[in-house]
Design a protein around this ligand. Structure first.
Ligand code: 13P
Length: 253
Protein backbone atom coordinates (compact mmCIF):
# COMPACT_ATOMS: atom_id res chain seq x y z
CA UNK A 1 0.00 0.00 0.00
CA UNK A 2 1.33 3.41 -0.90
CA UNK A 3 1.87 5.99 1.83
CA UNK A 4 -0.51 8.89 2.49
CA UNK A 5 1.53 12.05 3.00
CA UNK A 6 0.77 15.66 3.87
CA UNK A 7 3.90 17.78 3.52
CA UNK A 8 4.19 21.44 4.44
CA UNK A 9 6.59 23.37 2.23
CA UNK A 10 7.53 26.36 4.35
CA UNK A 11 9.55 27.87 1.46
CA UNK A 12 11.61 30.92 2.55
CA UNK A 13 9.40 31.91 5.47
CA UNK A 14 9.64 32.31 9.26
CA UNK A 15 12.40 33.26 11.66
CA UNK A 16 13.98 30.49 13.72
CA UNK A 17 11.73 31.32 16.67
CA UNK A 18 8.60 31.32 14.52
CA UNK A 19 9.63 28.07 12.86
CA UNK A 20 10.12 26.42 16.24
CA UNK A 21 6.71 27.63 17.40
CA UNK A 22 5.02 26.36 14.23
CA UNK A 23 6.66 22.95 14.55
CA UNK A 24 5.78 22.66 18.27
CA UNK A 25 2.16 23.64 17.69
CA UNK A 26 1.62 21.27 14.78
CA UNK A 27 3.40 18.47 16.64
CA UNK A 28 1.06 18.84 19.63
CA UNK A 29 -2.08 19.03 17.50
CA UNK A 30 -1.10 16.11 15.29
CA UNK A 31 -0.19 13.97 18.29
CA UNK A 32 -3.55 14.74 19.90
CA UNK A 33 -5.89 14.75 16.95
CA UNK A 34 -4.59 12.67 14.06
CA UNK A 35 -5.44 9.01 14.18
CA UNK A 36 -4.98 7.45 10.71
CA UNK A 37 -1.74 6.35 9.09
CA UNK A 38 -0.90 9.65 7.35
CA UNK A 39 2.72 10.79 7.30
CA UNK A 40 3.40 14.48 7.98
CA UNK A 41 6.51 16.20 6.66
CA UNK A 42 7.86 19.65 7.55
CA UNK A 43 9.93 20.92 4.62
CA UNK A 44 11.87 23.64 6.42
CA UNK A 45 14.53 26.11 5.31
CA UNK A 46 18.04 24.62 5.67
CA UNK A 47 19.05 26.60 8.79
CA UNK A 48 16.09 25.24 10.76
CA UNK A 49 16.36 21.56 9.91
CA UNK A 50 18.25 20.56 13.05
CA UNK A 51 16.17 22.65 15.40
CA UNK A 52 12.83 21.45 13.97
CA UNK A 53 14.13 17.89 13.97
CA UNK A 54 14.95 18.19 17.66
CA UNK A 55 11.44 19.50 18.38
CA UNK A 56 9.84 16.64 16.45
CA UNK A 57 12.03 14.11 18.27
CA UNK A 58 11.48 10.43 17.84
CA UNK A 59 8.12 10.54 16.14
CA UNK A 60 7.12 7.90 13.65
CA UNK A 61 4.43 10.05 12.08
CA UNK A 62 6.30 13.32 11.51
CA UNK A 63 9.49 13.79 9.46
CA UNK A 64 11.58 16.75 8.43
CA UNK A 65 12.66 17.45 4.85
CA UNK A 66 14.93 19.85 2.99
CA UNK A 67 13.65 21.94 0.09
CA UNK A 68 16.58 21.35 -2.26
CA UNK A 69 20.07 19.86 -2.49
CA UNK A 70 23.07 20.22 -4.75
CA UNK A 71 23.63 17.95 -7.75
CA UNK A 72 27.29 17.71 -6.64
CA UNK A 73 28.57 15.27 -4.05
CA UNK A 74 30.85 17.78 -2.27
CA UNK A 75 33.50 20.40 -2.98
CA UNK A 76 33.95 24.04 -3.85
CA UNK A 77 30.31 25.07 -4.31
CA UNK A 78 29.88 28.01 -1.97
CA UNK A 79 26.41 28.30 -0.52
CA UNK A 80 25.26 24.85 -1.58
CA UNK A 81 24.06 21.95 0.58
CA UNK A 82 24.82 18.35 -0.37
CA UNK A 83 22.64 15.27 -0.07
CA UNK A 84 25.36 13.70 2.08
CA UNK A 85 25.11 16.61 4.54
CA UNK A 86 21.36 16.11 4.81
CA UNK A 87 21.79 12.39 5.26
CA UNK A 88 24.35 12.95 8.00
CA UNK A 89 21.67 14.97 9.83
CA UNK A 90 19.27 12.07 9.40
CA UNK A 91 16.96 14.01 7.09
CA UNK A 92 14.93 11.44 5.12
CA UNK A 93 13.36 13.54 2.32
CA UNK A 94 14.31 16.35 -0.03
CA UNK A 95 12.05 18.35 -2.37
CA UNK A 96 13.51 18.46 -5.87
CA UNK A 97 12.32 20.31 -8.95
CA UNK A 98 9.88 22.65 -7.28
CA UNK A 99 8.50 25.03 -9.91
CA UNK A 100 10.11 27.96 -8.06
CA UNK A 101 13.50 26.26 -8.50
CA UNK A 102 12.74 25.59 -12.17
CA UNK A 103 11.50 29.14 -12.76
CA UNK A 104 13.88 31.30 -10.70
CA UNK A 105 17.00 29.15 -10.60
CA UNK A 106 16.87 27.66 -14.09
CA UNK A 107 16.66 24.03 -12.96
CA UNK A 108 15.78 21.76 -15.86
CA UNK A 109 14.96 18.09 -16.25
CA UNK A 110 18.54 17.03 -16.89
CA UNK A 111 19.89 18.78 -13.81
CA UNK A 112 17.03 17.37 -11.75
CA UNK A 113 17.87 13.85 -12.91
CA UNK A 114 21.34 14.42 -11.39
CA UNK A 115 19.86 15.74 -8.16
CA UNK A 116 17.51 12.75 -7.97
CA UNK A 117 20.50 10.43 -8.41
CA UNK A 118 22.65 12.10 -5.78
CA UNK A 119 19.74 12.15 -3.31
CA UNK A 120 18.98 8.45 -3.80
CA UNK A 121 22.65 7.51 -3.68
CA UNK A 122 22.83 9.16 -0.27
CA UNK A 123 19.70 7.46 1.01
CA UNK A 124 17.33 10.43 0.73
CA UNK A 125 13.86 10.08 -0.77
CA UNK A 126 13.18 12.80 -3.35
CA UNK A 127 9.81 14.57 -3.35
CA UNK A 128 9.91 15.27 -7.06
CA UNK A 129 7.73 18.14 -8.30
CA UNK A 130 6.22 18.53 -11.74
CA UNK A 131 3.49 20.72 -13.19
CA UNK A 132 2.57 23.03 -16.03
CA UNK A 133 2.25 26.81 -16.32
CA UNK A 134 -1.11 28.32 -17.28
CA UNK A 135 -0.13 28.90 -20.90
CA UNK A 136 0.54 25.19 -21.36
CA UNK A 137 -2.77 24.21 -19.78
CA UNK A 138 -4.60 26.66 -22.03
CA UNK A 139 -2.85 25.17 -25.07
CA UNK A 140 -3.97 21.72 -23.92
CA UNK A 141 -0.46 20.23 -23.83
CA UNK A 142 -0.27 19.91 -20.03
CA UNK A 143 -0.46 16.11 -19.91
CA UNK A 144 2.30 15.79 -22.45
CA UNK A 145 4.50 18.25 -20.57
CA UNK A 146 4.06 16.63 -17.16
CA UNK A 147 4.73 13.18 -18.62
CA UNK A 148 7.90 14.59 -20.15
CA UNK A 149 9.01 16.14 -16.82
CA UNK A 150 8.54 12.80 -15.06
CA UNK A 151 10.26 10.91 -17.85
CA UNK A 152 13.26 13.25 -18.12
CA UNK A 153 14.19 13.16 -14.46
CA UNK A 154 12.93 9.78 -13.21
CA UNK A 155 12.72 7.21 -16.00
CA UNK A 156 16.41 6.32 -15.88
CA UNK A 157 15.86 4.89 -12.37
CA UNK A 158 15.45 1.23 -11.52
CA UNK A 159 11.98 0.24 -10.30
CA UNK A 160 13.39 -0.18 -6.80
CA UNK A 161 14.75 3.37 -6.79
CA UNK A 162 11.62 4.83 -8.36
CA UNK A 163 9.58 3.35 -5.52
CA UNK A 164 11.53 5.54 -3.09
CA UNK A 165 10.43 8.71 -4.93
CA UNK A 166 7.34 10.69 -3.96
CA UNK A 167 5.89 12.59 -6.92
CA UNK A 168 4.17 15.94 -6.37
CA UNK A 169 1.96 17.36 -9.11
CA UNK A 170 1.85 21.11 -8.66
CA UNK A 171 0.23 23.08 -11.49
CA UNK A 172 2.17 26.36 -11.47
CA UNK A 173 -1.00 28.40 -12.05
CA UNK A 174 -2.37 27.09 -8.75
CA UNK A 175 0.69 27.87 -6.61
CA UNK A 176 0.20 30.78 -4.25
CA UNK A 177 -2.64 32.10 -6.38
CA UNK A 178 -5.59 30.87 -4.35
CA UNK A 179 -6.74 29.16 -7.55
CA UNK A 180 -6.79 25.41 -6.87
CA UNK A 181 -7.08 22.75 -9.52
CA UNK A 182 -10.50 21.17 -9.25
CA UNK A 183 -10.64 17.74 -7.69
CA UNK A 184 -11.31 16.40 -11.17
CA UNK A 185 -8.33 18.19 -12.74
CA UNK A 186 -6.07 16.85 -9.99
CA UNK A 187 -7.39 13.29 -10.32
CA UNK A 188 -7.03 13.39 -14.12
CA UNK A 189 -3.39 14.43 -14.02
CA UNK A 190 -2.50 12.05 -11.19
CA UNK A 191 -4.03 9.20 -13.19
CA UNK A 192 -2.02 10.29 -16.25
CA UNK A 193 1.20 10.27 -14.20
CA UNK A 194 0.45 6.87 -12.69
CA UNK A 195 -0.45 5.42 -16.10
CA UNK A 196 2.76 6.78 -17.58
CA UNK A 197 4.77 5.17 -14.79
CA UNK A 198 2.82 1.92 -15.30
CA UNK A 199 3.66 2.01 -19.01
CA UNK A 200 7.37 1.95 -18.21
CA UNK A 201 7.57 0.05 -14.91
CA UNK A 202 4.34 -1.96 -14.78
CA UNK A 203 1.15 -1.42 -12.79
CA UNK A 204 2.33 -2.91 -9.46
CA UNK A 205 5.22 -0.41 -9.29
CA UNK A 206 2.97 2.49 -10.37
CA UNK A 207 0.48 1.53 -7.67
CA UNK A 208 3.17 1.91 -5.03
CA UNK A 209 4.10 5.50 -5.93
CA UNK A 210 2.70 8.22 -3.70
CA UNK A 211 1.51 11.17 -5.81
CA UNK A 212 0.79 14.39 -3.94
CA UNK A 213 -1.20 17.37 -5.17
CA UNK A 214 0.07 20.90 -4.51
CA UNK A 215 -1.28 24.35 -5.33
CA UNK A 216 -3.46 26.42 -2.98
CA UNK A 217 -4.46 23.44 -0.83
CA UNK A 218 -6.28 24.69 2.26
CA UNK A 219 -8.51 23.40 5.04
CA UNK A 220 -11.62 24.04 2.95
CA UNK A 221 -10.62 22.18 -0.21
CA UNK A 222 -8.32 19.42 1.07
CA UNK A 223 -11.00 16.82 1.72
CA UNK A 224 -12.35 16.93 -1.80
CA UNK A 225 -8.88 16.82 -3.35
CA UNK A 226 -7.69 13.95 -1.13
CA UNK A 227 -10.85 11.92 -1.80
CA UNK A 228 -9.60 11.13 -5.31
CA UNK A 229 -8.27 7.61 -5.81
CA UNK A 230 -4.94 8.76 -7.29
CA UNK A 231 -4.34 11.70 -4.94
CA UNK A 232 -2.31 10.35 -2.04
CA UNK A 233 -1.97 13.58 -0.10
CA UNK A 234 -0.73 17.12 -0.52
CA UNK A 235 2.27 19.39 -0.73
CA UNK A 236 1.04 22.51 1.00
CA UNK A 237 2.64 25.96 0.81
CA UNK A 238 0.94 29.00 2.37
CA UNK A 239 -1.53 27.04 4.49
CA UNK A 240 1.30 25.02 6.08
CA UNK A 241 2.51 28.19 7.82
CA UNK A 242 -0.56 28.24 10.09
CA UNK A 243 -0.61 25.43 12.63
CA UNK A 244 -4.38 25.04 13.00
CA UNK A 245 -5.06 25.18 9.27
CA UNK A 246 -2.26 22.75 8.44
CA UNK A 247 -3.49 20.29 11.07
CA UNK A 248 -6.99 20.46 9.61
CA UNK A 249 -5.50 19.63 6.19
CA UNK A 250 -3.68 16.64 7.71
CA UNK A 251 -6.98 15.53 9.23
CA UNK A 252 -8.67 15.73 5.81
CA UNK A 253 -6.93 12.68 4.49
P1 13P B 1 0.65 27.14 -2.06
O1 13P B 1 -0.03 26.06 -1.23
O2 13P B 1 1.01 28.35 -1.29
O3 13P B 1 -0.13 27.40 -3.32
O4 13P B 1 2.05 26.50 -2.54
C1 13P B 1 2.07 25.23 -3.07
C2 13P B 1 3.48 24.81 -3.19
O5 13P B 1 4.24 25.35 -3.97
C3 13P B 1 3.95 23.72 -2.32
O6 13P B 1 5.21 23.28 -2.70
Amino acid sequence: MRKKIVAGNWKMNKTLQEANTLASEVLAMVNDEVKGDVKVIFCTPFPYLQSVKTIVGNNNRISVAAQNCSEHESGAYTGETSAAMLKSMDIPYVILGHSERRQYFGEDGKLLAKKVDVALKNGLAPIFCCGEVLEIREKGTHEQLVKQQVEESLFHLSADDLKKVVVAYEPVWAIGTGKTATAQQAQEMHAVIRKHIAGKYGQPTADEITILYGGSVNAANAKELFANPDVDGGLVGGASLKSREFTEIVKSI
